[in-house]
Design a binder for this molecule. Structure first.
Ligand SMILES: Cc1cc2nc3c(=O)[nH]c(=O)nc-3n(C[C@H](O)[C@H](O)[C@H](O)COP(=O)(O)OP(=O)(O)OC[C@H]3O[C@@H](n4cnc5c(N)ncnc54)[C@H](O)[C@@H]3O)c2cc1C
Length: 376
């Protein structure tokens, strides 16, 4: 049975990318999002060349390039002396080597770009999935507000705490890393005469690190994200605030540039870093998972959103092919999706877990050179 109606659970990065990719093929979707609307959360996001290739396929590369910062290099430095451990040349070199630029941007700018490629009337806000059932013909969805919806095919793009995943495979708590990400965006002007050094820079400490970069082409807004051991903190929430004093103390002794950035930062959010082990299967019957719902990873390689977007492009193409002339069962589509994506995402999960990527000389081409448009 070819898919005729597709429901997506979650209007995050993966869900929106899937809706945009399906729209590009003339396919309509219904997106069910638990939130009442979208807010501008203070966070940056790295879009590596493999992610920018997806944005290109969605017709969004020009839009994001107009405002994002394209760093000339990815500087990996020692935490205290600032000695360069590994300097990956980006800019024109990234374009030549990986076929697309490396871009740094505000997370909300990425979200807005993806949203611009989706028909807004396809998004239902305030719809939190609580249950689903399926038979050979269709899937029924039950939401927290008591409403019910039906679709031929359902894609759970509902993040690391995916309810869809739980309903398909049973409840399983994510792996707590015992570490937290403090993160903040703030005006560069708060640093006075000091600037961040026009790159994406990671300061590697013995048991913690911090990544710092500007989030726009004007370089007037700065972002940082950390990984710090704090086993007692298990909240993973966009609204949880951290203690700036505690954060500064955690990085005492780091390079003066780190101290300056943290001294200028007025407030900070705090996020428990979660991950899961790779899964053997991502689909049951007419329902499949995508993005963090099936392969959440630590943020250390900046590949979570990138791989959710890669999933979206691959899955949209496979669904599009199946809808063409009534070819293929949906189970075969999902099997092809898993075959195309599981090996790569498992490798990303495991490599990211180890947090050694680019600590020293690294060939990043298996990550950045991937072209989702040609995969599957
Ligand atoms: C500190 C940090 C830094 C990161 N930096 C980067 C980076 O630089 N580059 C990168 O590529 N990745 C990065 N990531 C990873 C990236 O944020 C995630 O991998 C990405 O957001 C996953 O997208 P997703 O669509 O799968 O899930 P999400 O973006 O989490 O979206 C899930 C959506 O589903 C909705 N939802 C949840 N449950 C339900 C339900 N029951 N019913 C309806 N809707 C529901 C949610 O409200 C949300 O809108 C970072 C992550 C962290 C924690």
């Amino acid at each position: 049975m070819p898919p005729t109606s597709i429901a997506i659970i979650g209007a995050g990065i993966g869900g929106l990318a899937l809706a945009a990719a399906l729209r590009g093929q003339g396919m309509r979707v219904r997106i069910y999002e638990q939130a009442g609307g979208f807010g501008r959360v203070g966070a940056g996001i790295q879009m590596s060349p493999n992610a920018v290739r997806v944005l290109r396929a969605l017709g969004l590369e020009g839009r994001v390039r107009a405002t994002a910062f394209a760093p000339p290099n990815w500087a990996n430095r020692a935490w205290d002396t600032g000695e360069m451990l590994f300097d990956l040349e980006l800019g024109a070199a990234a374009q030549a080597r990986y076929g697309a630029p490396y871009l740094l941007m505000h997370r909300a700018d990425l979200h807005e770009a993806l949203l611009s490629a989706v028909d807004p009337s396809e998004i239902d806000f305030g719809r939190r999935l609580v249950d689903l059932s399926q038979d050979d013909a269709a899937v029924s969805l039950l939401f927290a507000d008591g409403s019910v919806a039906h679709a031929d095919v359902v894609i759970g793009a509902d993040g690391v705490h995916s309810r869809t995943r739980e309903l398909l495979f049973g409840a399983q708590a994510p792996n707590l890393s015992g570490r937290v990400a403090y993160r903040a965006t703030f005006p560069a002007a708060l640093m006075g005469d000091h600037r961040v050094d026009g790159a994406s820079t990671k300061y590697w400490g013995p048991d913690r690190h911090i990544v710092i970069y500007p989030v726009n082409a004007a370089q007037d807004e700065i972002y940082f994200v950390t990984s710090v051991p704090e086993p007692d903190w298990t909240r993973e929430s966009w609204s949880a605030e951290g203690d700036v004093g505690q954060l500064r103390a955690a990085f005492a002794g780091f390079h003066p540039q780190v101290q300056r950035v943290l001294a200028a930062c007025p407030k900070v959010h705090k996020w428990a870093i979660l991950e899961r082990d790779p899964m053997a299967s991502w689909a049951v019957g007419r329902v499949a998972l995508l993005g963090d719902a099936c392969h959440p990873m630590t943020p250390y390689m900046a590949q979570g959103a990138a791989s959710a977007m890669e999933d979206a492009l691959v899955l949209a193409r496979l669904l599009g092919e199946a809808s063409g002339a009534g070819r293929g069962e949906i189970g075969q589509v999902f099997a092809r999706f898993e075959a195309a994506r599981q090996e790569r995402t498992a490798r990303l999960q495991l490599t990211s877990h180890g947090n050694q990527f680019m600590r020293g000389p690294t060939d990043a081409s298996w990550v950045y050179g991937y072209d989702a448009a040609a995969a599957g």
